[in-house]
Structures are given as structure tokens and as C-alpha cells.
Design a protein around this ligand. Sequence first.
Ligand SMILES: [Zn+2]
Length: 407
Amino acid sequence: MSTSMMYHTFGARTYRYVTTKFKGGAAYHHLEKKEHLRRCAECRSRDITFDSVNEVTVKTVPCGFKETFLVLRLRVLKCRSCGAKRQESRDVAQPRKSYTRMFANYVLGLVKQMTIKAVAQHLRVGWDLVKKILKGSLQRKARRRSWRKVRRIAIDEIAIRKGHDYMTVVYDLDTGQVLYGAEGKGKKSLEPFFRRLRHARAKLEAVAMDMSEAYVKAVEEYWPRPVAIVHDHYHLVSNMNEVITNVRRLEQKRLEGEDKQTLKGSRYLLLYARERLEKEKPEKIPRLEALLAANEPLHKVYLLKEDLRLFFWGQESKAEARTFIENWVEQTKALDLKPLTTFAETVESRIEHIISWYDHPITTGPLEVVNNKIKVLKRVAYGYRDIEFFVLRLLFLHETKVNLAGA
Ligand SMILES: [Zn+2]
């Protein structure tokens, strides 16, 4: 071992190599500060003396499979010029940390490829320490991230913890990154988001979201400047699918005998996009046809759903889209089916937000990739209950590799 090797392998450039001891299969390299570098930390004077020496042991990157520690001999320096009394700086490690900066960087490299648990086992440290290093790094990165160029976003809710608790997530539609996450799905959950966005002086143009009242109110209250709210394709169709599910349930309750039997297990047939069903499960088409022929209310609701899905977003202009959706609302109300009428009234009251798609054709479709990653993260994240950490991981999901390192 040499001073030069300490420098090149462990980045200990202000130290001189003293000796190495082996204990319990681990290597302990003893180092002391290079004499010519000793100065007063206050006034930089070299006119110093010292009384005591402290030994500080910090963990550093392993050599092969051998655990490796640096034993730093740090003197308490007394300055003859200004009288200051200070311990020499550690350089290789941050104050009070039990590991070197290099070790922390090594951990951050490994968690990109491996789970937190695997990294902890490999380096023979606790799971908590690896998590702490990762969390600290993500916090710093999150604070540095600029929101200035945010233009088009999507706000959505995701279920956490077995569908009972919700989290509001904001995505940047231009970069595909998660920008923000907070517990809850109410208006308040978005207040800190918009505060930071205002602070960043972002020129927000459009927000895609479902038709829930809370998010609309949040935008109106926390973003008091012109911005387009867009109830996007995905959410509108999935709301309509809920309506179909409800109508089907009511029909099933109402009917008896054979008619009731026809409805059994038919939900997915009704929700499937017609052209996809024809392509993926053509053998099911006769079943769907029979079902629709046998039940008039369902048939009508089904046609309205397909109509909305296939034609609303393909109109020539915003004006034509308005006419289309107004007609659609009329037809829908005319059916006089409770769940359907409620939905039609909501659509009617939100027409501006629905046709604003023609000014800002945004969709939450591209988020599917992120959402799949979130699902994986959720599965592995139940092991820890640290919501802040969970959100931080969401913010950097785009950097994580396939196996969602670090969970
Ligand atoms: Zn001094």
C-alpha cells in the first residue's frame, strides 16, 4: 500500500498512508493528514501546533469482496496566530457520516442496477443506510430540478396501499416525467405544486385531467391565470365505461331467468373497443351481437360509448366538435337511464373543458409507460412506509432501469 494508491483508489488526496491492519476479514487503512497541508481552518495560517489526535473510522468502497475502512488520524490543531482550535477536516467523508463520499457514490451507482436490499447485502451495511444515501441524493436532485419550462401537464390520482388511500400525481406531458406527488386526491393536495410552479415562473398552457371537481377547483384557485383544462380522451372514455358497468348492473338486477343469464360475464365485451375485439377476439363477436340484440338499453348505451370514443376526437374543427358533443348529450339524456343521464349532465356542464382538446390536443395516453413502472414500484414499495421516499422515487422513475432498482 502506498500514499499514491490511497489517492487513486480511495480519493484520499490530503492523506499520507500509515499502515493497514486486518480484522474480522476487513481491511483498515490507517491514514494521517499530509504535514504540508496543515493550516488553520480559520485564518489559513501555517503557524500551528496540536495537542490531541482523534481516530475516526469510516467505511469506504470494498476491494474485491473485502470490506474496507479508512482510519483517519485527525489532529486538533491550535493556531498561534488567531487562537482557533479545530480538528483537521475529513475531506474524504462528510462531517458525522460513517462512510466516505466515494462509498456514497458507489451506492448510488449500484442502486441503479440492483435493489436496495441487494446493495445492502453486497456491501454489508443496513438497508436503512442504503436507503438514506439514496433518499438524500434524490432530495438534492429534486430541489435542483427546474420547473420553469413546464407547459403541459396531466393531473391524476393513483391508488396506494390496496386501493384505500390515494395519491395525486402530476406529470409533465412534454418530458414524460413525474413532477410531483402528494397524498390525497382533494384540492389541497395540489396547493404546494402550484405554489412551486408559480415560483418557477412557468408558462403553463394546458392541464389534462379527469372530470373530478377537486382538480378543476385546484387549477382555478391556485393558478389564477389563463390555462386550458382538458378532460382528455382516456378519462372521458373510462368514465363512460363506468356508466356502462352501472347500466349493466341495473339491468342484471331487473332481469330474470334467461335474459339475466345472457348478461353474465359480459362486462368486458361491452367495454372493449369494437375494432380491438374484432382483431384480438373475433370469436367473441357473435356473443356481443347476441347480447346487444337481447337487451335494448345496453345496446343503446353501447352505441353511445362507441360513438363518443370513435368520433368525438375526429371532428374537423372545434365548432363541429361542439355540435357533435351537444347532440350526443341530447341523445344520451333522451334514453332516460339514471346513470347515463347523470353522466350526460356532467359532460354538458364541462363542454368547454372537453372541446378545449381542439386547442390543446393532449392526452394521458403516453403515461401508460410511467404508470406501469409505478405499479411495479408500488408492489415493492409496500415494504417501506415512507411516503416522501416513495414520491422521490416517482420523480426519478424515468432514470430507473427495468427492475426498478432500489425498492
Ligand atoms: Zn488561525
